[in-house]
Structures are given as C-alpha cells and as structure tokens.
Ligand binder design. Structure first.
Ligand SMILES: [Zn+2]
Length: 480
C-alpha cells in the first residue's frame, strides 16, 4: 500500500512511546490503534494513520528489544525493583505509624526532603503548622548528597516501626541514587543516549515503511521526522557526517552496538559516549574495511578500546539470574505481599525473554544489527505486552470495546454511570504478562512520586492508590 504524501500532516497524532516503567510497548488510543487490534471498525482510519501506526509499532517494539538486550536495561530494572521493595516496606511502616497516631503527615518527594537540613525543614513546616495544626512526620535522614551516593544492595528493613521506617527510607534513597546513576546522561557529547536509542528505532521504522508501504511512505515519514523530531535523526546524521555514508545497515549496527555496552558507573559506558567515540575513530580511519556483520561488534569494541560487548551482554544475563534467586528468597521470606509475587513473575519472564534475545543475537548478529534481517526475524524474538493509553479528558467508554481483547488497567465510572478508561491492556500472548507489567508500572510510578517527582505529578489512579494506603495521612508536597 502507498500513502499519499499530503495525508495527515496536521492531524497525525502522537502514536506511541516507550515508558521505562512499563516493560512493554505503550501506544496511544486512536482510531488506528483500535482498528489494528480489531477493537473498532477500520472504516474511518486514513491510509496515513494506518501506515503511521503500523510503523510506530515496529519502532516501539524495537525500543522494548533494545531495553531487553542492553546491560543497562537490566541494571535499570533491577534497581527499580530494589527501590520498589524498599518503597513498599516504607509504605507499610508509614501506615503502621499512622495507625498508632505516631505520624499524621508524610513529605514527598522524599529525595527533596532528605536533602533539607533541620533548619530548612522547620522553616518549611512553620507556615503549614499555623494553617493546619500540629504535624508529626516520620524520621527521615538528612542526606544532602542523596543524588551522588552509590547504590548498595538493599534488604527489607527490620520490623520495629520507628527504625523500620527510617531504614526503609534510607534504603529507598540509596536505591534511587543508584537508579539515577544508571539513567544519568552525560551532556558533553554531540548527541545524547536518547538520540542513539531513537536513531535505532527510527531506522527500523523507516525500513518497515519502505518494506511494507513503499517509497512514498518512507519519504513522508522521513520528511515529517526531519521537521518535528530531530532526536530521531541526530545520531544517524553524526554517523553520516563523521563516518561518511557507509550504509543504513552499518549505521544501525553501530547505534545498536553503542546501546549494548557494558554498564559501569561513569559516563564512558553511556551509549552517547560509545557512539560518539566510534564516529570519531571511523573518521580518523577514513572509513571502514568491508566486513561481515558478525564481525562488527568485536571491531567496534577494538576501535574505541571498549570492554567486550558480547561478553557484557551475557554477564548481565548471569547477574539477572542471581538477582532473580535473591528476589524469590525475599518473596518466600515475606509472605503476604502480592506485589513481591508480581515482581518475581515479571523478573523471571524478563530473564527468560532476555535469554531468548541474547541467544538469538549471539547466534546471528546480523538479524539484530541490520534493519531488514531484524524485521524479517522479529517473530523469533520476545513479544512485548502492549497497553493503550489516553488522557483523562479523552477517556474511552469501555462498553463497546471487545472485552476478550482488552482489560481495563485504569478506569472509573463516570457521571452517566458508564465505565470509562484511560489505560487498557491488550490481552494477547506475550513473553511478559501484561497484567504483571501493568501492576509493576503502577508501583514504579508510586516509587517515582515518593522519591523524586512529588504529589503534583500524581494522576487519578496513583492518587487513589496512595489514599487507600494512607486514609489519615496528609501528603506534604515539598517544593523547591
Ligand atoms: Zn522512540
């Protein structure tokens, strides 16, 4: 099918995103996405929407695969889970303290509160106390450099309420510092790590447009992106500028290699640094000799004197297995917390999926590094869970939706008595269970709010969950 170049230019919606909290693919609800999954009739979907949606799906699926295969993706997920365990413990202890009337307020985000000394905290509380009366807060340590601390393995804290809360809060803050390390972006390179990841996904998307919809669709997509989303082309342009045009396969291979580097604390392991250094090295060489894709990874490592990338991918897989064993032990030692069971389930599926993608990559590197072989073999790779989201103002009526195909992750009954939803999970076979990914995504969101986002970022669903945990506790939104 060919797409008319002038279709949808103004009305083309933003179709999808990769949200690191949801281990899968996030798509926006639109006539195109609903029709693609057989939820509504396809009559009113324009050709442009259909093509854009189909290619966006391949873009988002590639983000999922890149997260799955990269050592950094494993580190991020492990740290998120460790933090969530400590946040869960923190909430349990806070609720006990509230039930015993030892506290009536909790400052959030904790990261900001922890960085305030006693005088700053007093100054913050004084006008509030005048307004609402006495406030009793739990004991939260003063950690002025919270963002720069190195993460350490976390354990569920002791059972005693007072020390329990404080040690859970401290452990959560240390986990958040570790997460910041893993997500930290160096800014002294010509591109960002995000540019590298978008460069890979967009190269795959363009290939899909070309293969499935033809030259015009490819041209429309490239033009639109050039004018709207420069991040998609920045890494690719740097490669063309410094490394000359060595072809799309090598460009995609180089970006993919950059994203799969060994993780260590420090900017040198970031995809931005790896990719920029490789571009400079290739420029110095004046190009690259002709070689098979199976040799690229080792040659790129050599060119920038990096650690063995293929070995690093496998090492993280082994680390994941060790983490899974400790997670299972935590679940068994702390019966009664369903969330721990969900974490074990999700992480165990993550490890299986990772094993699958790593084995596939080691067996046939070209089928992951080069766009066309990747798209041709994508069915052999792990299938992500998919969720459809929309804004509260555009909540969809659940009535007409196919309930065998979708389940409501976030929804409520509106004034007319209809159930409407902002978040739906697609019920189809996937390597990671959609419900599990949804539950964990909600809890990661609560961790983000508790640790460094603040109550003002709470959406309806998260606010309701927190209110259920703390019916009698005031959440103090600490603002800079
Ligand atoms: Zn993207």
């Amino acid at each position: 099918m060919t797409v008319e170049p002038d279709l949808g230019e103004e009305s083309a919606p933003h179709f999808g995103s990769f949200d690191g909290r949801f281990i899968g693919v996030t798509l926006n609800l639109s006539p195109a996405s609903e029709a693609a999954f057989g939820l509504t009739a396809a009559d009113n979907v324009s050709k442009f929407e259909e093509a854009a949606f189909a290619t966006v799906l391949s873009h988002e699926v590639r983000h999922f695969h890149d997260f799955l295969i990269s050592p950094r993706g494993s580190v991020v997920l492990r740290r998120r889970i460790s933090e969530a365990i400590n946040c869960l413990s923190l909430l349990v202890h806070a609720r006990r303290l509230a039930a015993a009337k030892a506290i009536n307020a909790l400052p959030v985000p904790l990261g900001r509160w922890a960085a305030m000394d006693a005088a700053a905290r007093d100054e913050y509380l004084k006008p509030l106390i005048q307004l609402v009366g006495p406030l009793a807060l739990p004991d939260i340590p003063f950690l002025p450099q919270a963002g720069r601390l190195t993460a350490r393995p976390s354990n569920l804290p002791e059972q005693s309420d007072a020390t329990g809360f404080t040690s859970a809060a401290t452990a959560s803050l240390l986990c958040r510092a570790g997460l910041h390390h893993a997500l930290w972006e160096a800014d002294d390179w010509p591109i960002s790590s995000q540019d590298v990841r978008e460069g890979i996904a967009f190269t795959i998307q363009r290939q899909e447009a070309w293969s499935a919809f033809g030259e015009e669709a490819y041209a429309v997509l490239t033009d639109r992106v050039a004018s709207h989303s420069p991040s998609y082309l920045r890494a690719y342009d740097l490669w063309v500028f410094l490394a000359r045009d060595l072809g799309t396969d090598l460009a995609c291979g180089a970006m993919t290699w950059a994203n799969m580097g060994a993780y260590f604390e420090g900017e040198e392991s970031s995809p931005a640094a790896r990719f920029s250094k490789l571009c400079i090295a290739v420029k110095r060489l004046g190009g690259l000799p002709s070689m098979a894709p199976s040799d690229w990874v080792a040659v790129f490592d050599l060119l920038i004197n990096a650690e063995d990338t293929a070995a690093a991918v496998d090492t993280q897989l082994q680390e994941d297995k060790i983490f899974l064993t400790s997670l299972m032990k935590k679940r068994d030692d702390n019966g009664g917390y369903p969330l721990l069971g969900e974490m074990v389930k999700l992480f165990s599926q993550f490890v299986d999926a990772k094993q699958k993608i790593v084995a596939n990559f080691l067996n046939d590197p070209a089928s992951y590094l080069c766009p066309l072989p990747y798209l041709e073999s994508v069915d052999r790779l792990p299938t992500p869970p998919i969720r459809l989201i929309t804004t509260p103002g555009n909540a969809v009526d659940v009535g007409p939706l196919n309930k065998a195909a979708l389940s409501v992750q976030h929804g409520w009954t509106n004034a007319e008595g209809d159930i409407v939803a902002t978040e739906l999970l697609l019920l189809r076979a996937s390597d990671i269970d959609p419900h599990c990914a949804g539950v964990l995504s909600d809890f990661f969101r609560i961790s983000d709010i508790l640790m460094d986002e603040g109550v003002r970022d709470l959406d309806e669903g998260a606010l309701r969950s927190l209110r259920e945990v703390f019916p009698s506790v005031r959440l103090l939104n600490v603002i800079d």
